[in-house]
Design a binder for this molecule. Structure first.
Ligand code: TEU
Ligand code: CA
Length: 568
């Protein structure tokens, strides 16, 4: 059975903007809302329907906005509420919707709630966070993703107690057991929805419920750096109760879209978040694809020998199948927590960069899931590959490196630093490359993070007039998706699952049948066309020719092709 119910967010193409890096309007080196306003026509020209903005709320920027100190105000560096309203109106005028990041697993330690909470044990805000009184001894170990010591409990002298922070010490976890906390969250959601936004991307949505009381995690599970944290972090006993309550209390009243960040969510649990009758979320981001090139023993390091296309196909096919009858998927290959897609899943050597970037867009926009495109990927921007730890901004990279040094693990630290050229989040955060001039047209000042020197070659201005640029290919591919509902709703069927170079699949909707052929390699790949595609129409081709002899096509390096069978 196929999933027939049509909705705007299933048909939408989402463009993600990391505001800090998009366009700086006032020369302080930091991207801002007026910078986004300047670029609204560009965003519209892509053909996208929705913009997802990373957090723009007030924040001391320990984790670039993911540590929020006031949920109802705009970060001064980014602008004002008036700028926000102008930006939102400008988007709506252009038929573009806006979804905001909702970061409510934790706040900043500089949020008024936490300032109060840490003051005394009987402060009315004490129970807004998780505290462990020191007289009970050391709390049971919990991993922290960003902590220099990987420890999620931080001792806080004023009240002689530890507080919980799954992320940095400046990101204390909010206590969702407390109904007042949940009420605050629902109120702030309404605050933004009533301003007219069109939905939320919900940060670490599976972490809200903690298993209480905190119990000891067996040594062997802690032993590995990140061990089996999903079992402890993403399966809390009240998680679905909370998400359903959020739906009932807020989401149900608006025609919006929601996408949870599914860090820790495993495929067996997928439907429990997004099946329609659950009344929780519309979609979430799974992380299986992002694990394919990481060392299974230590996800902070790249996988020796790299990733395998067979596994890539297997993962994306499995995540298609799980939503065949219920729910709906999302698909992305990069975002602000990942490196650049063409460097990671394509081939950024000069001779293959453009073809492989186009191939990745063809993939993303021909799958049965809502596609998310990260700013800069429309140009085929690449990893910057910093050489020294000093060049990095991201606390995740810096703190993990420091941790290894503190433990005297120097060889590993060097390996980690080398691996960050492939995996670091900062690869995906370098400023947008608008033109070939100074700082790529991102800023007139000094950019907060180094601009990739290859902006002289890879930039929007240069690609704009070039019909064959990655940018114009993406625009064309978005139009192709929109003009062919089979690419949105059609059933997906994988061909040649064992093939190491070719990713081939069909999409079928009633009488409409499409064949997608993606050569993920620098070699030529022959492919025997199935009978119904021998006279097919070419919907899109990332090369200007197709080598075909009789029933056989010869795919060139990184060639991507979609054929539409003529209806019988
Ligand atoms: O990310 C949560 C998350 O799963 C990441 O920490 C992930 O483990 C890491 O980036 C490895 O790729 C979300 C946000 O997307 C991220 O930017 C924030 O830093 C984090 O939450 C804390 O809010
Ligand atoms: Ca600025």
């Amino acid at each position: 059975m196929t999933n027939p119910k049509r909705t705007w967010w299933k048909e939408a193409v989402v463009y993600q903007i990391y505001p800090r890096s998009f366009r700086d309007s006032n020369g302080d080196g930091i991207g801002d809302l007026r910078g986004i306003i300047e670029k609204l026509d560009y965003i519209q020209s892509l053909g996208v329907d929705v913009v997802w903005l990373n957090p723009i709320y007030q924040s001391p920027n320990d984790d670039n906005g993911y540590d929020i100190s006031d949920y109802r105000d705009i970060m001064a560096q980014f602008g004002t509420i008036a700028d926000f309203e102008e930006m939102l109106a400008g988007m709506h005028q252009r038929g573009i919707k806006l979804i905001m990041d909702l970061v409510v697993n934790h706040s900043s330690d500089e949020h008024e709630w936490f300032r109060q909470s840490r003051r005394s044990r009987d402060n009315p805000y004490r129970d807004y966070y998780y505290w462990w009184p020191a007289e009970k001894g050391k709390p049971p170990y919990r991993w922290s993703f960003f902590d220099v010591n990987s420890e999620a409990w931080q001792f806080d002298p004023p009240t002689d107690a530890y507080y919980l922070h799954y992320f940095s010490v400046k990101q204390p976890d909010l206590n969702w057991e407390n109904p007042r906390v949940r009420r605050e969250v629902y109120d702030l959601m309404r605050f933004w929805l009533d301003k007219g936004i069109d939905g939320f991307r919900i940060d670490v949505a599976a972490f809200f419920s903690k298993e209480l009381p905190f119990r000891e995690i067996p040594e062997e599970e802690i032993a590995r750096q990140y061990g089996s944290w999903p079992d402890y972090y993403a399966k809390g006993p009240r998680l679905h109760e909370f998400l359903q309550e959020m739906h009932r209390e807020v989401l149900a009243d608006y025609d919006i879209m929601t996408v949870g960040e599914g860090s820790g969510v495993q495929i067996d649990d997928a439907l429990s978040f997004v099946a329609e009758d659950r009344r929780e979320l519309h979609m979430f981001f799974h992380f299986e694809g992002m694990g394919l090139d990481r060392d299974p023993q230590d996800p902070m390091l790249p996988r020796p020998g790299g990733w395998r296309l067979r596994e890539f196909k297997e993962v994306y096919s499995r995540w298609d199948a799980v939503f065949k009858a219920q729910g709906w998927g999302s698909i992305y290959l990069g975002n602000h927590d990942q490196s650049r897609v063409v460097s990671r899943w394509g081939d950024d050597r000069p001779e293959y960069r453009e073809a492989s970037a186009k191939l990745l867009h063809t993939f993303l926009l021909s799958m049965r899931a809502t596609p998310y495109i990260y700013y800069g990927d429309e140009l085929g921007m690449t990893n910057i590959r910093f050489d020294s730890i000093a060049a990095y901004d991201d606390l995740m990279t810096k703190n993990y490196y420091q941790q290894l040094l503190q433990k005297g693990r120097h060889a590993e630290a060097a390996r980690f630093l080398e691996g960050q050229k492939r995996l670091s989040r900062d690869n995906g955060r370098t400023p947008m490359q608008w033109h070939a001039g100074p700082h790529a047209g991102f800023t007139d000042g000094t950019p907060w993070l180094k601009v990739n020197p290859n902006h002289r070659e890879i930039n929007a201005e240069r690609q704009e007039p070039d019909e064959n640029s990655v940018l114009n290919y993406l625009r064309r591919m978005i139009r192709v998706r929109k003009a062919n509902p089979v690419l949105i709703y059609g059933d997906y069927h994988l061909l040649a699952p064992e093939h190491e170079q070719l990713y081939a699949y069909t999409r079928t909707l009633a009488k409409s049948r499409a064949l997608v052929l993606l050569n993920f390699s620098a070699q030529e790949v022959p492919f025997e066309l199935p009978a119904d595609f021998r006279e097919a129409e070419i919907l899109i081709n990332n090369r200007d020719f197709l080598a075909q002899e009789g029933t056989r096509v010869q795919l060139q390096a990184y060639q991507a092709l979609i054929l539409l069978a003529r209806e019988a």
